[in-house]
Design a protein around this ligand. Sequence first.
Ligand SMILES: [Zn+2]
Ligand SMILES: [Zn+2]
Length: 234
Amino acid sequence: MLQRIVLAVFLASLALNAGAMIADASLACVPALLAGWYLADFASGLTHMLLDYRPTPAGARLDELYFYTGSRESADYLALKRRRMAAVSPFVRLLYDFKTHHPVPMALGRRPVWRLIGSTVLLAALPVSLALNVAVLAWPVPGWATALLLALILGGAFAQYFHGTLHRERVPAIIAAMRRLGLLMTPAAHQAHHDTLQRDFATNCGWSNPVINRLFAALRARGYLKDEGLVPGA
Ligand SMILES: [Zn+2]
Ligand SMILES: [Zn+2]
C-alpha cells in the first residue's frame, strides 16, 4: 500500500516537473537532458565504487554469510541470514548487497522493481522531485534547468533497476530501445566491471566511466579503496 502511494506521488511530481519543462521548452533542453542523464550515471558510478570498497563493520560477521558453503536455500542458512541482517543497519545491509552482487550477479536481475528503486525513491528522488515542484511553482525556473534536474532524478531513481536489467536474459522493449540509442549501457560493456572490479562502476549509460576510472586510479594511488573492502569482514 505504502509503495503504491509513494509511486503515485512520485509519478504526479514527475508529471508536474515535466509539464513545467514543456511550458518553457527550448533547444537548450536537449543538452540539459543529456547533462542530467550524465550526472545520474556519474552518481551511480560513484555510489557503486564507494559501496563496493567500503568495509563492513567489525563484529558484524557478515563473512559467515558471504562464504557460506552449504545450500543457500537451507533452513540453517536462512536463519543465519535473518540473525546477521537483523543485527546491522540498513546501510550495512546495502554494503553487503553490493559485495554479494559480484559472486552472484544474476540475483540482482531477479529482484522486483520496488526492491531495486524503493529506497532511492524514498530517500533521494522523491524529496528532490518535490523540491523541484515547489521551485517551479514559486519561481520562473528556466525550462533547461528543469530538464537537467528531471533527467537526473529519473536516472538516479532507476539506477539499480537499470543495473538489474544488465543481469537478465530478457528485458522490456523500452530498455532494449534505450540501449540501441546509447542511453543505457549493454551487458557486454558492464562485464568489464565484473571482470576486474576495478573499472566501469557506472551502470546507467556508462558515459561517466572514463572519469570514474580516473578517480578510482587516483584514490587507489593514495591508499584508499583497498581490496580487503570488496568482501564482507568478520
Ligand atoms: Zn561492483
Ligand atoms: Zn553488475
